[in-house]
Ligand binder design. Structure first.
Ligand code: APR
Length: 321
């Protein structure tokens, strides 16, 4: 079997970590693209020079030329400006839409058969735009948000309960913004309901609800919490890890059920919009959206989140994209 090829569009903070993780896990040969001259060449040279230590044989190269992404099996896109303190994801809309349009044109031309994972914000809009400009089928265009949002929620739960995070599963659905929907009812520690464990810990149902509400709120604001501390950019280690988990599921045809920003065509009562939902990821990209029942409260939160996505997409269209 020949080696897979992974193109990373955007060689900034997330792009650099993506390149290192992809190389260390030997997911395939890595090509890092950026418009800034020498930056992707410098980062990849630095990463590649650790290959004798980390023992990876894959090649890791940088480029400023779209031609070099030819033949890529998978493309992960982080091109765009990150959020600055006080700036909402939506403020980024017009500047990043312009960038995404040019990226979609480059990828369409040179990697027409690749599967695409988008990380650039505002996520739901950027994925929609990429799909529109590229004309790629829905199974090959997706966004990363839910894997990270779920990881953040799971981390907070593990820290609160004093259990291994490996045992915590805590799905987050919806758009990648303040309206995201952490699914408390489906959060578990190896199948055991988190709410019951919290109630037993505090021996007080009201206190347990209060603690859960705080974790839900922290999850929704988690990106901003990091931005505030970093001051010069947004989270980059965890978004890279999240996208690499998705990439691995696709490149190794793992059929993992992960939270993916996927195009809905009737699932969850939504038609024609990209929203974060559980989906099976394998060699064909998004192989199936997995539906689960939502109760009235969860459905209301999901509807609210979908509304935020439709507004965002409408805003982008009004800006001419
Ligand atoms: N084509 C390719 N790369 C581009 C383009 C373009 N047209 N325009 C900008 N870039 C590059 C920048 O040169 C920069 O190196 O995209 C890179 C973005 O890197 P950072 O600014 O370090 O941002 P990062 O932290 O990696 O986040 C990237 O992901 O999570 C989102 O909100 C975040 O939208 C942001 C994106």
């Amino acid at each position: 079997m020949s080696r897979k090829k992974i193109a990373l569009i955007g060689g900034g903070q997330i792009g650099g970590v993506l390149a290192q993780l992809a190389a260390m896990r030997q997911l395939g040969d890595v090509i890092l693209f950026d418009i800034v001259e020498d930056l992707p060449q410098g980062k990849t040279l630095d990463i590649a020079e650790a290959s004798a230590i980390d023992k990876f044989d894959v090649s890791v190269k940088g480029t400023n030329d779209y031609k070099d992404i030819s033949g890529s099996d998978l493309v992960i896109i982080t091109a765009g400006l990150p959020r600055k303190p006080g700036m909402s994801r939506d403020d980024l809309l017009s500047v990043n839409a312009k960038i995404m349009k040019s990226v979609a044109e480059g990828v369409r031309e040179y990697a027409p058969n690749a599967i695409i994972i988008i990380i650039s914000n505002p996520l739901d809009a950027m994925v929609t735009l990429f799909k529109k400009v590229s004309g790629f089928p829905a199974n090959r265009v997706m966004g990363q948000a839910g894997v990270l949002d779920s990881s953040r929620f799971a981390s907070f739960i593990a820290w609160e309960l004093g259990v291994s995070v490996k045992d915590v599963s805590a799905p987050v659905l919806g758009g990648h913004g303040d309206t995201m929907v952490p699914l408390v009812r489906y959060a578990s520690v190896n199948g055991l309901p988190v709410m019951e464990l919290l109630e037993r810990k505090y021996n007080d149902a009201a206190k347990a609800r209060e603690v859960m509400t705080a974790m839900v709120e922290r999850t929704k604001q988690a990106g901003g919490e990091v931005v505030k501390l970093l001051k010069t950019g947004s989270a980059f280690y965890s978004p890279a890890s999240a996208a690499i988990q998705m990439a691995e599921a696709i490149l190794r045809d793992e059929k993992r059920v992960l939270m993916v920003c996927a195009l809905l065509e009737g699932e969850f009562g939504v038609n024609g919009y990209y929203v974060g939902v559980p989906a099976i990821l394998g060699a064909n990209g998004v192989e199936k959206v997995v539906e689960v029942s939502l109760n009235a409260e969860e459905k209301a939160l999901m509807d609210n989140s979908v509304n935020a996505v439709t507004t965002l997409v409408a805003d982008m269209e009004r800006l001419g994209f």
